[in-house]
Design a protein around this ligand. Structure first.
Ligand SMILES: *Cc1c(COP(=O)(O)O)cnc(C)c1O
Ligand code: SF4
Length: 339
């Protein structure tokens, strides 16, 4: 049979992160072929893809076991039929971010810290993503909007921390990041910069010496919050980039989402924390699923979540235990689910 698809991008030491970012796998048929999955999954994948497009970068694809439809990493990226179902309580803007959206590109919900949506782009489309319906088009952070954001930050001395979010903020260029950081550094009351990113996990090539030196040269105390959900997402490469970040004085944390069929198992969560620590990363949050339309099949109910967490607590030292939390709109902080 003729294969009409391009092969997945072959990676060597010269493959740039920009190449990897622009050559993601976006076609369900290609994904199924590359991963040697049963052809029966194609139709469902196409249905899900029409809701929220398939997108997976090659380095992440390479961590998925071929021929295993139950692979926990595959489940995070393979579109399925169930995503098209309307389930009561699962909505397009589960965190009511639209109402906290004072300015384009800026979300100020909590005291002292402000979230900035740098870009709608991501290297991967996680099926459970709470921003799968977010109107990024209306939140374009162009030069004009950026000046407004700077003014907002400048005028509010209670803000000490800026959080780069997205999409994935590291999907933008080093030049843009460096310029934004330089602009922010001129605001005296800002002291911390936080970057929420999944790229070091799904496209580790993004963490270049050039990028690291931007953070190293900043006057800000810098925190990077990665996003890994399963121990298979962490490998030697993760440890290597974390040590680069640490030598640039960056604190490296991880947040996960509790996902049915991915990590709703105490052994998996335990191994995740241990592997994170081995790679130099501390667990920060374990979030319950935000009720976003199309992701109901990932939900773990609260009772089970609390039970899992209770068991996890007996197996791990306190410093390896993430906080089990969720975001409830209108609350002044994340809400912890355990005492
Ligand atoms: C989650 C979130 C933060 C960060 O909360 P922390 O508890 O400090 O990690 C800040 N702003 C917004 C809008 C958020 O959703
Ligand atoms: S990386 Fe984060 S923002 Fe991007 S699709 Fe995944 S969960 Fe959503």
């Amino acid at each position: 049979m003729m294969n009409s698809f391009p092969k997945a991008l072959q990676i060597d030491n010269n493959t740039s992160w920009q190449q990897l970012l622009s050559h993601t796998i976006n076609d369900p048929e290609q994904l199924i072929k590359l991963l040697e999955l049963p052809h029966d999954y194609l139709q469902g994948a196409q249905t899900g893809d029409a809701e929220f497009s398939l997108k997976v970068p090659t380095p992440y694809l390479n961590k998925i076991k071929k021929g295993d439809i139950n692979d926990p990493l595959l489940r995070q990226i393979l579109p399925i039929e169930a995503e098209a179902q309307q389930i009561p309580g699962y909505v397009t803007d589960p965190l009511a971010e639209m109402s906290a959206n004072h300015h384009e590109g800026l979300i100020h919900k909590y005291k002292g810290r402000v979230l900035i949506i740098l870009t709608g782009a991501c290297a991967i489309n996680c099926r459970y993503c709470f921003r799968r319906h977010f109107p990024y088009q209306e939140n374009k952070l162009g030069p004009k909007q950026w000046q407004q954001v700077l003014k907002y930050l400048n005028d509010d001395e209670s803000i000490s921390e800026v959080i780069f979010s997205g999409g994935d903020p590291l999907a933008t260029s080093d030049n843009r990041l460096a310029q934004m950081i330089t602009d922010l550094e001129k605001i005296p009351h800002l002291t911390r910069l936080r970057i929420h990113t999944r790229l070091p996990i799904v496209l580790p090539q993004r963490i270049t010496p050039e990028f690291t030196s931007i953070l190293e040269n900043s006057r800000f105390d810098t925190v990077m919050v990665l996003h890994a959900n399963h121990p298979n997402e962490i490998d030697n490469e993760t440890g290597r980039i974390t040590s680069q970040l640490k030598s640039a004085n960056v604190t490296v944390l991880n947040q996960s989402v509790l996902l049915k069929g991915v990590n709703d198992c105490v052994e998996t969560l335990k191994t995740l924390s241990e592997k994170l620590f081995h790679a130099g990363i501390l667990p920060y949050y374990l979030f319950t699923l935000d009720p976003v339309q199309g992701a109901a099949h990932f939900n773990v109910d609260d009772k089970q979540a609390i039970q899992l967490f209770g068991e996890l607590q007996t197996l791990l030292p306190g410093y390896l235990l993430p906080k089990l939390a969720r975001e409830i709109p209108e609350r002044p902080s994340k809400t912890l689910l355990h005492p």
